[in-house]
Design a binder for this molecule. Structure first.
Ligand code: KG4
Ligand code: ZN
Length: 360
């Protein structure tokens, strides 16, 4: 771990900026900071979509032996790593910190201690640079990760957010206009991947491990349930996880690769089925995927195929933009800044922040 000296000197070397934040355009540069869970990230994005740098320091090794994220370890690691990550993001972007027009940070949802590290650092930097501080909803930012490569994707949009903590089907009719139309009633998709992987003795985090094992397995090997398939837009993955556990206990010599492939197929079948139904209900012109599970190979290919056959373009973020990063925070921050949605320096973090909740 590194000390905070690098960033302190970078910030201290800068005078007060006289840049006018009311003119937000393609040259406006936002420094983004993300610390909501176990990735310490900073990025510099110009004009909302031009990623000048994106640095992610993962704490995976620190949490792996516990099989999940330990909040106290996460906060401490953010504190130790963030200054260096911010300095590196500025260096890679090859800009002087005085070019930064606003600082955006995730204000929720997430682990409260972890969030506060990023929010405090962002507010201090904004104060030192005399630029606005923009609070960003982490869930909204996952959507902007999809829009980085497709900023002109057409509304109404169905946003399928599948991450470690959330599984949401969201109708988006414009920037900052969200309506949750479906969600998990129990486990999030990523949580189900992580729990099944852990049960199979695969590495942490489970999603990528299952994705890899599934390529060696047969996805029809085990009959697994597709819960609530024809029942509204909500989903449920807890019964699927239990079915996997029961099957493996009853068949201890079953191939883990077959289990991984069959499980992954069941999750993807449900997500694609529900996304198609939701897209048709809202008359979607675009389906956008976001969140860590959007990195899943089968989900990406099946959702793309479904979009092709339904005549709806499917927007997929690059794999590195699916999992937590700060480019998506800076991008979402730019759109908020453009609408004049800046926050005071008394703003705090909200670990339970909902999508579409007023942040102003
Ligand atoms: O969005 P994210 O980085 O963090 C949250 O905001 O939750 O998502 C992390 C989740 C984890 O559950 C991880 O297992 C899952 O995304 N994940 C995947 C894949 N890559 C990451 N799940 C399935 N297939 C993948 N390739
Ligand atoms: Zn996330």
């Amino acid at each position: 771990m590194t000390s905070g000296s690098t960033t302190r000197s970078a910030v201290a070397s800068v005078g007060v900026s006289d840049r006018n934040a009311s003119t937000v355009d393609t040259s406006t540069i936002v420094l983004g900071i993300e610390t909501s869970c176990d990735e310490t990230a900073a990025a510099v994005v110009m004009g909302g979509t031009d990623v000048l740098s994106s640095v992610v320091a993962s704490q995976l090794d620190e949490h792996a032996r516990f099989g999940g994220v330990v909040p106290e370890i996460a906060s401490r690691a953010h504190l130790e790593t963030l200054p260096q990550v911010v300095a590196e993001a500025l260096e890679r972007a090859n800009i002087d910190v005085s070019r930064v027009d606003a600082v955006a940070a995730t204000v929720g949802p997430g682990l409260v201690g972890a969030l506060l590290v990023g929010v405090s650092a962002a507010k201090a930097t904004a104060l030192a640079l005399d630029v606005p501080f923009v609070g960003v909803n982490h869930l909204e930012a996952h959507l902007y990760a999809a829009l980085l490569d497709e900023p002109n994707a057409r509304f109404p949009m169905l946003f399928v957010l599948v991450s470690g903590g959330h599984t949401l089907l969201v109708e988006m009719t414009g920037h900052d206009s969200y309506r949750v139309i479906g969600q998990t009633i129990d486990d999030a998709a990523g949580e189900a991947f992580d729990k099944v992987a852990r049960f199979l003795g695969l590495s942490y985090p489970g999603g990528p491990a299952i994705d890899k094992a599934a390529t060696r397995g047969k996805d029809t090997a085990i009959a697994l349930p597709r819960a609530m398939l024809n029942d509204g837009l909500d989903v449920s993955f807890s019964g699927l996880k239990t079915a996997v556990i029961n099957h493996v206990r009853a068949n201890p010599h079953v191939s883990s690769d077959d289990v991984a492939a069959s499980f992954q197929r069941a999750v993807v079948d449900v997500l694609v089925h529900k996304a198609r139904r939701a897209a048709s209900l809202i008359g979607a012109n675009t389906i956008a995927l976001g969140g860590g599970v959007a990195a899943n190979s089968l989900l990406r290919s099946e959702m793309t195929k479904a979009g092709e056959s339904d005549g709806i373009p499917v927007v997929l973020p690059s794999r590195e933009m699916c999992t937590d990063n700060a480019a998506m925070i800076a991008s979402a921050g730019w759109y908020r800044l453009r609408r004049g949605e800046v926050m005071g320096l008394d703003a705090g973090a909200d670990p339970n922040l909902k999508l579409g909740a007023g942040q102003r």
